[in-house]
Ligand binder design. Structure first.
Ligand SMILES: Nc1[nH]c(=O)nc2c1ncn2[C@H]1C[C@H](O)[C@@H](COP(=O)(O)OP(=O)(O)OP(=O)(O)O)O1
Length: 183
């Protein structure tokens, strides 16, 4: 199966599923998402409001104008969890919903942090063992690519959703790609 539109074309399929046509192209808006690891733990936040409420996720949000995605990721991590961390790009996720701009999310990881983990208006942070990540309470595709982030393998994901109501999204089709190993 070929790489879906919107992703770098030099990737190999790692996982895919669902069915139907990929949704038509739309302009991009940029987001970030950051996952902080510490020993065998991972820091997730239970989202308290807005899209993805009551789901566990990394910490992130919209990239402001004149900010790099790394700057935005550091700002959002600090605002939402109280900490700073040496973030590195781990992968990308294209989140596609009918009739809306495509959300391009740069996903970051770090293996240590400084500061004190603190609850914010948006997120309630919680450490989980990496062996018991609560995938059933996360966005549906995360179970396919979060293991790649944990093992430091760069990835790119496209996930197309249908929308039943303002807050109710159903995953229709997804594709997870990795760079082929160099020989
Ligand atoms: N882990 C994840 N898996 C996934 O499939 N989609 C995700 C995702 N994290 C975020 N998204 C999608 C949902 C949404 O369209 C977009 C941005 O979600 P966020 O929760 O980061 O944004 P917010 O609208 O809360 O931004 P801010 O208000 O700037 O914090 O990315």
């Amino acid at each position: 199966m070929s790489v879906p539109p919107g992703l770098p074309q030099n990737l190999s399929a790692f996982d895919e599923g669902g069915s139907g046509e990929w949704l038509p192209e739309a302009p991009l808006k940029l987001y970030t998402n950051a996952f902080v690891l510490h020993g065998d733990k991972i820091l997730l936040g239970l989202k308290k409001r807005g899209l993805g409420v009551n789901k566990y996720n990394g910490f992130g949000g919209k990239v402001e104008s004149r900010e790099s995605t790394l700057e935005a990721a550091l700002r959002e991590l600090k605002e939402e969890s109280g900490i700073t961390a040496p973030l590195e790009l781990a992968g990308t996720l294209l989140f596609v919903v009918p009739g809306e701009k495509w959300a391009h999310i740069d996903i970051f990881r770090a293996e240590n942090y400084s500061g004190t983990v603190t609850e914010s208006e948006e997120m309630c942070p919680e450490w989980f063992n990496q062996a018991s990540i609560p995938y059933e309470k996360m966005w549906e595709t995360d179970r396919t690519w979060l293991p790649l982030l944990l093992s430091k393998r760069p990835f790119a994901v496209r996930a197309d959703f249908g929308r039943n109501s303002a807050e109710n999204y159903t995953l229709r089709r997804w594709w997870v790609g990795v760079h082929s190993p160099t020989v």
